[in-house]
Design a protein around this ligand. Structure first.
Ligand code: SF4
Length: 302
């Protein structure tokens, strides 16, 4: 069994590289401690069709985040620390419970601060866990930590939020976002390869890159798509273009982010993706509602 203290006692699991000793109670930028903390574990229907399938994705929402997106829909858990602690054994049991409930996969949301514990939980579950493992991320990842997931994660579901460091600094508190996220994305593709599906269309392997079109940012979105086209062949990745932006959390007070993304802005980027030959998913604009944020919990409720 791995010694997880090796990674937590001078934490550099993500690009923040805080160097704090989480085993002695110190906390870094993400707020994660030594124990796993989650806010929800349940079947989730609102991912892309080959991830949610008919039964749902077995989604585990981890507490804490290495970004501070001013428009975060999950700010209660990403910034405010809502959640409850689990032992590594309980995390393994949670994965198995979701599989038992019929989940098509285990979907680890914002898991970077807990990668060592997740690896240990996957080891405990061992061959009893037979469904794909999805790593669902804001994209701000360290390639060294991703390497730890080689052979353990089957599907990567990263965001690629910005090209501009000015925008990523202003809206997510990470000036080096694109530099880190673009390297991470290349690593993710190296780890799992091209998209593969089972006979029912459920995803088994591969990378889906998500991009949320923000209001007044379509030129930056165009640069993101241009970079993807320069670095991946259309068959190597899928793109999920999201339109569900609603001004929430701190974005309500930022003038240029205080409205919905327009149809013109969204369709401009859709067209560009199609012209580049990428396949993927376009979200119905009617999906842009606050009500899609799931309920999060302070205590273990299952
Ligand atoms: S995982 Fe958290 S504590 Fe560790 S480097 Fe990243 S932000 Fe800092």
């Amino acid at each position: 069994m791995r010694d997880i203290t090796l990674s937590l006692d001078k934490c550099s699991l993500c690009p923040r590289g805080c160097g704090v000793d989480r085993t002695s109670g110190e906390k870094g930028f993400c707020g994660a401690g030594a124990k796993v903390r989650i806010a929800r574990a349940a079947l989730h229907q609102w991912e892309e069709p080959p991830i949610s399938g008919t039964n749902g994705s077995g989604t585990v929402f981890f507490s804490g985040c290495n970004l501070r997106c001013c428009f975060c829909q999950n700010y209660e858990i990403s910034s405010e620390g809502k959640g409850f602690e689990l032992t590594v054994q309980e995390l393994a049991d949670t994965f198995l419970m979701l599989q038992e409930q019929g989940a098509h996969n285990i979907n680890l949301v914002t898991a970077a601060p807990y990668v060592p514990q997740i690896i240990e939980a996957l080891d405990i579950a061992g061959s009893r866990l037979t469904i794909p493992i999805v790593y669902n991320s804001g994209g701000y990842e360290s390639v060294e930590t991703l390497e730890m997931l080689r052979g353990r994660v089957d599907i990567f579901l990263p965001d690629l939020k910005y090209y501009s460091s000015e925008l990523s600094a202003k809206y997510s508190g990470a000036a080096d976002y694109f530099e880190r996220a673009s390297r991470a994305l290349i690593k993710m593709h190296e780890l799992v390869g091209c998209p593969e599906f089972d006979e029912k269309g459920i995803m088994k392997r591969g990378v889906i890159v998500r991009h949320l079109v923000l209001p007044n940012c379509r030129h930056d979105s165009a640069k993101v798509v241009g970079w993807l086209a320069d670095n991946f062949a259309p068959y190597e990745i899928l793109i999920s273009l999201m339109s569900q932006y609603v001004p929430m959390y701190k974005a309500k007070d930022i003038k240029e982010l205080s409205r919905r993304t327009s149809t013109f802005e969204y369709e401009h980027i859709c067209k560009m993706i199609e012209e580049c030959g990428f396949d993927g998913y376009f979200q119905q604009r009617s999906a842009a509602k606050e009500s899609y944020v799931p309920e999060f919990f302070d205590n273990k409720y299952y």
